[in-house]
Write a protein that binds this ligand. Structure first.
Ligand code: ADP
Length: 475
């Protein structure tokens, strides 16, 4: 079948978080399974775009109210990604260093969606499936069904995959005229809570809704930033599919970004070398257990709990542990984390920013990864950690609940129930005791490394959904 993935992120072209990892991997495995797969993302000004060759395959013009945005579609010329990558180049809107966070984000992603559909319409063949990802592409299922100009695309079946339901792409009805013309009888599909809610539109109009873990699907029926009742009403077309991880990128025996490659049978020496390198870089003591955090520093990730929890764990256990944090986000949290350096020099360090290479070294060199998330639709960090023999310490929520089982229940990690400083410190305490029991600690690390979170299995689940909605053939 012919499949299009349309997304705001795709690794290695443009990454902020897990969305990029998923859209950069799933298509590759779908192609390996024999399908024609294309990925479309905005043509941001990224390192990948500047260092790779593209050819122009289409150009056109998006009209958004009074604005006119000329666009071109660029195709990556090699086959190295394992799927065809296309960029929607709209200089005025995407030739910027950051992916998000601009005042005109609504105009940017609306233009992206319209330009993508214009191009698909102009192509000779119509795909079987369009898999939209998150709110940035949520209007596509509506436009295909109801915009007059896309009538030729109505045979396409659409899926919306929700990687994060907190962000919904709201805008006012004063911008309704930006949308290509459609019969106003359908305007109700666009509305949620008196505004135009892109994610809600996608959920209402797509033929299937997927979330990135089964537990997250259950949770958003109870709490979803205002969309709970909508999720309840589409339960019969929804499914939670746990993400996989890309073993070609995340493989400690081949990873070029770490200090020493290792496998299960060389875990002890391999992890030791990586830990030494990491500790040397951050002036930590490699003989002590190393607890790390990687991620966006926001409440959703429990980022606000990290300064206090780190201070408490370090003051109670000063000299006994190291804590290392890699992330960026909320400025106040960043500042508190930087301040902690003064008090716990030698046992604590932080790197504010985004650094892919360092993230790999941290997964390889740490003993534990902390994930005190309040919300975690799937979470990839814990799966990468397991793959690198690093024991995850997680709050039981979303995908963390589906992938990490407490070692007290013969599992692969350490779990707690509350997103609180007390629960994090309690888990750190349990982790220290486990660390001293070298035999059990090693057994758990090896168990984590052996888990199969490969995309092959997951890929089949997506194809099954696509097949089902194609066979049902509902409008
Ligand atoms: P989310 O998408 O909600 O941020 P996920 O756990 O799904 O969380 O994915 C996070 C991805 O982003 C992982 O690949 C993680 O390693 C990476 N990541 C997050 N923050 C950073 C950072 N500061 N530097 C490098 N990689 C990061």
């Amino acid at each position: 079948m012919e499949i299009f993935h349309i997304s705001a992120e795709c690794y290695p072209m443009a990454k902020v978080g897990g969305l990029a990892d998923v859209v950069g991997a799933l298509p590759k495995y779908q192609k390996n399974a024999g399908h024609q797969v294309r990925v479309v993302v905005p043509g941001y000004d990224t390192k990948f775009k500047n260092e790779n060759d593209f050819e122009c395959v289409h150009w056109g013009n998006v009209k958004l109210g009074n604005f006119d945005f000329p666009f071109s579609v660029l195709k990556e010329t090699t086959d190295k990604l394992g799927y065809e990558l296309y960029l929607i180049e709209i200089n005025e809107l995407f030739n910027r260093p950051n992916l998000y966070g601009y005042e005109d984000d609504i105009e940017r992603f609306l233009s992206f969606q319209i330009a993508t559909l214009d191009w698909i319409l102009a192509r000779k063949s119509v795909p079987d499936i369009i898999n939209c990802h998150d709110h940035h592409t949520g209007l596509i299922p509506f436009l295909i069904k109801y915009a007059y100009k896309y009538e030729g695309l109505q045979t396409i079946k659409t899926v919306i995959t929700i990687h994060n339901g907190l962000y919904q792409g709201w805008f006012g009805f004063d911008k309704l005229h930006y949308l290509p013309e459609f019969d106003l009888i359908h305007v109700g599909f666009l509305e949620w809570d008196n505004s135009l809610n892109s994610l809600a539109v996608g959920i209402k109009c797509a033929h299937a809704v997927t979330t990135v873990s089964p537990s997250y699907l259950n949770e958003i029926n109870i709490s979803a930033n205002g969309l709970e009742s909508l999720f309840n009403s589409v339960r019969n077309k929804s499914i939670g599919i746990l993400n996989g991880i890309d073993f070609e990128v995340w493989n400690p025996s081949k990873d070029q970004m770490i200090a020493e490659n290792y496998a299960i049978n060389t875990i002890e020496t391999g992890k030791k070398k990586n830990k030494e390198k990491l500790c040397e870089q951050f002036e930590l003591d490699s003989t002590k257990p190393l607890f790390s955090f990687i991620g966006r520093l926001f409440e959703e990730k429990g980022g606000d709990l990290l300064p206090h929890a780190s201070a408490l764990a370090l003051s109670e256990n000063f000299e006994n542990i190291n804590i290392l944090i890699l992330g960026s986000g909320n400025a106040a949290i960043e500042e508190q984390l930087i301040q902690l350096r003064n008090d716990y020099n030698g046992n604590y360090n932080v790197f504010i920013g985004y650094n892919e290479e360092l993230a790999h070294l941290i997964y390889a060199g740490s003993d534990y990864i902390l994930m005190p998330s309040r919300v975690e639709p799937c979470g990839l960090n814990q799966m990468y950690a397991l793959r690198y023999g690093t024991v995850p310490i997680v709050r039981r929520t979303g995908g963390l609940r589906d992938t990490v089982i407490d070692f007290g229940d013969s599992g692969n990690g350490i779990c707690h129930d509350q997103a609180s400083v007390g629960d994090i410190c309690y888990s750190i305490n349990r982790a220290m005791k486990l660390y001293d029991d070298k035999i059990s600690f090693n057994e758990i690390r090896k168990k984590g490394m052996a888990i199969d979170h490969s995309w092959e299995r997951v890929c089949k689940e997506y194809i099954d959904i696509y097949t089902l909605i194609i066979e049902k053939n509902e409008i």
